[in-house]
Design a protein around this ligand. Sequence first.
Ligand code: FES
Ligand code: FE2
Length: 349
Amino acid sequence: MTVPTTFVRDQWYVVASTDEIRDSPLARTVCGEHLVLFRKTDGAIVALTDRCPHRGYPLSLGEVIGDEIQCGYHGLRFDGCGTCTWAPLQNNIPSRANIESYPLAITGPWVWVWIGDPSQPDVDKLTALPWLDSPEWAEVHGMERLAARYSLLIDNLLDLSHESFLHAGLIGTPEVAITPIETRIDEEAGVVYVERHMESVECPPFYSDATGLSTPIDRWQDIEYHPVGCYILHSRVAAAGVAPRPDGSDPDAAHLTVLYAITPVDQHNTMDFWALARDFAIGDSETDGYLARMNREVILQDVRALDLLEQRLVAESEPSEISLKIDTGALAARRMIARLGEMATDPAN
Ligand code: FES
Ligand SMILES: [Fe+2]
């Protein structure tokens, strides 16, 4: 199996965070489709195709006027549904001047866009992410751009053994790479689980500074990956030997839910939306700032590595790879993505 670059449609992808969409139009590309997002006067966010049907000028270079967007070339205007409402000298506007509007959904700080058949957005395909808008959790978030295909990021996130090497000194410790993992694949639900439970191990600075814990700690990394664009890492850290209680509650541990929304831009570029939710130090802006800064630093280490891999992949005439035990989850993810791609292009579906 090679490193894939194909896109899967009929999927939700995070296109922006709500705080990025203000007064002016925001241009984004998802799976090769150019979109423009803007807010209407009631605060509702809309997404339209970022191409004026008149001469093809990007609408994102135009202006938001009330509930409409005006093309910056000859002034055609479109409402939030993509209907052309005004054109110079044109009393009757032909329906072919209308453009596509994209279904959107909002979870906490994230705006998801449905890429695929716009008449059939499937809300059941949105993964519930309660950590992003629960008062019992605090979250910080951001987005980094990768000059690398999205599948490289999925490979990276499903095999955290790289933390011991690529993120040594920040979040990686030697034990991550040598602790066995358990991989489970739920074909019916379409979820890949990879779990690693480390006992009595070194506490990396990321967690000692955020939680006040010190070596030795018990550290769990429980991943769930929902293809294509949704990845959840349940991270639990506690003083060594402190287990969850028999009733399932776990008040003596710190929990961090690390979320990634993986959004293909084009064949060689990806948006890496991330959010870090925690169940401690709620309302503490210092912890907010620390975690946001540290998580971004960790992600930029991945970005640099994956950008290099992309350059190599493009340059090599016959790229090759080998897969190991650590890649079981990533390979399962690739198979699921390939199957979703086939389903989306099969006219029988
Ligand atoms: S290209 Fe947009 S109005 Fe002419
Ligand atoms: Fe990483």
